[in-house]
Design a protein around this ligand. Structure first.
Ligand SMILES: Cc1cc2nc3c(=O)[nH]c(=O)nc-3n(C[C@H](O)[C@H](O)[C@H](O)COP(=O)(O)OP(=O)(O)OC[C@H]3O[C@@H](n4cnc5c(N)ncnc54)[C@H](O)[C@@H]3O)c2cc1C
Length: 407
């Protein structure tokens, strides 16, 4: 059911036999320079900032640091945005599942609100359409309890000053005619989506246009602190004034004390050019969105399965059942692709953003289910810290200092 990636091979350190999410009809994929060049680090001995990990968090940080006037080397062992960041559903969402006002909820809202600027920056740097669209999303209730939950969610969020509306089933169906017949209520939130499957070539091009030194196929094996911080890679050593580790679910391989583990997610994509889904739909256990090319994506499971990329039959069945129950019209559509990806899940539920006294590096990881949403906001915070400015955001709950305090 899955298809091999359409992108040229880049000698990644891990193989991805079950990833099939790159759309061969996507015009942007053809814009990747071929053959994909692996630049050595030997030509670059130092930079103001070395960013380890070329997922969307590391790439956004590299761009924000460049905008702040710093020279940046980005070190990625595989391909830019080749892991969680292109496996993601791409929902730029904050409110649909939040039942309380928490620091993490506020970070998600700030991330969602900052994201359009990032989409615009990528577009300006590349001249390419990143597939971002803002628009309301709908949370669905199909039981009495779920209806009550939505009413409560909308009420507290409105009290907290956020935009949220409860809709009766007939009101919701007027907005979105494809909704299932057994609806008991719905909630409307201001959100958006981006086509993350387009990201590897677009983000790569944006980085180069911004003057970031991009090194793919460059596994970082160690980082060392001290008066002359250095990053050791399989292709050479770089010294940098600051090191930022944005290695996603793999951060423990470099810094074993950082409590972040892989959370596997299964995603499905359907070919559905004849369906006209106007909103992103959220149901308990999944979200469904239609891309501008007509594909409908549904995801995702949350599983602790280490770094096992293989598809699990039960997970696929579960996802198919949920997708078809949410949008019955999908049952006749061709299934286009199924894939898995690894979110960086922090053991205490909170992302790690800021300086880590133990390693001497800045950390930016643990964004778990909402890393795409929070990418640009995180990057701006890190860029301010790198230039000795106030982060302009209450960072306390997210600072890696808590790892030392709790040790
Ligand atoms: C199925 C799924 C659906 C999702 N849906 C959404 C969604 O709809 N909305 C949303 O906001 N978020 C979503 N997420 C979450 C989001 O994708 C992640 O939180 C985000 O991509 C994390 O970005 P990252 O850069 O930290 O990690 P990654 O994208 O995984 O990047 C980390 C990078 O570091 C590299 N790396 C690791 N170790 C080294 C090393 N030693 N040397 C060099 N490079 C290294 C890796 O190769 C990798 O490319 C989803 C995730 C999954 C898996």
């Amino acid at each position: 059911m899955t298809r091999p990636s359409d992108l040229p091979p880049v000698a990644p350190t891990t193989q991805k036999p079950y990833r099939g999410c790159h759309d061969s009809t996507d015009q942007h994929v053809a814009l990747v320079p071929a053959p994909w060049r692996l630049s050595g680090v030997s030509d670059l001995k130092s930079a103001d900032v070395a960013v380890v990990g070329g997922g969307i968090i590391g790439c956004a940080i590299a761009l924000a640091a460049r905008r702040a006037g710093l020279s940046v080397a980005l070190l990625e062992r595989g391909r830019i945005c080749g892991e969680a960041s292109s496996a993601a559903g791409g929902l730029i969402c904050a409110q649909y599942d939040a039942d309380h006002d928490t620091p993490l909820f506020r970070l998600r809202v700030a991330g969602r609100d900052a994201f359009p600027e990032f989409a615009q920056l990528l577009q300006e740097l590349t001249g390419l359409d990143v597939g971002y669209s803002a628009g309301p999303t709908i949370g669905l209730a199909r039981t009495h309890q779920q209806r009550q939950d939505l009413i409560h969610r909308v009420a507290w969020q409105r009290q907290a000053g956020l935009q949220a509306d409860f809709l009766e089933p007939d009101q919701a169906r007027r907005r979105e005619p494809l909704l299932p017949p057994d609806l008991t209520g719905a909630a409307l939130y201001p959100d958006g989506q981006v086509n993350t499957q387009r990201w590897p070539p677009i983000v790569h091009r944006a980085l180069r246009a911004a003057g970031v030194h991009v090194h793919e196929g460059t596994d970082v094996t160690a980082v060392s602190d001290g008066p002359n911080p250095t990053v050791q890679t399989v292709r050479g050593t770089i010294s940098a004034q600051h090191i930022v580790i944005a290695a996603g679910a793999w951060i423990r391989h470099l810094l074993p004390w950082v409590p972040v583990v892989p959370s596997r997610g299964h995603m499905l994509a359907f070919q559905a050019p004849n369906l006209d889904l106007r909103h992103i739909l959220h149901v308990p256990g999944g979200s469904l969105a239609q891309r501008s090319d007509g594909r409908v994506v549904f995801g995702a499971t949350k599983e602790r399965a280490g770094f096992d990329r293989r598809l699990r039959a039960g997970a696929v069945q579960e996802m198919l059942n949920r997708a078809l129950a949410t949008l019955p019209d999908l049952k006749d559509c061709p299934l286009d692709a199924i894939w898995t990806g690894f979110r960086p899940e922090p053991e205490d539920g909170l992302p790690l953003i800021g300086h880590d006294p133990r390693s001497g590096c800045y950390l930016a990881t643990g964004h778990h289910t909402h890393g795409v949403t929070m990418s640009w906001h995180t990057a701006q915070i890190i860029a301010r810290l790198l230039t000795s400015q106030d982060p302009a955001y209450p960072l306390h709950p997210f600072t890696p200092h808590r790892l030392t305090t709790n040790a």
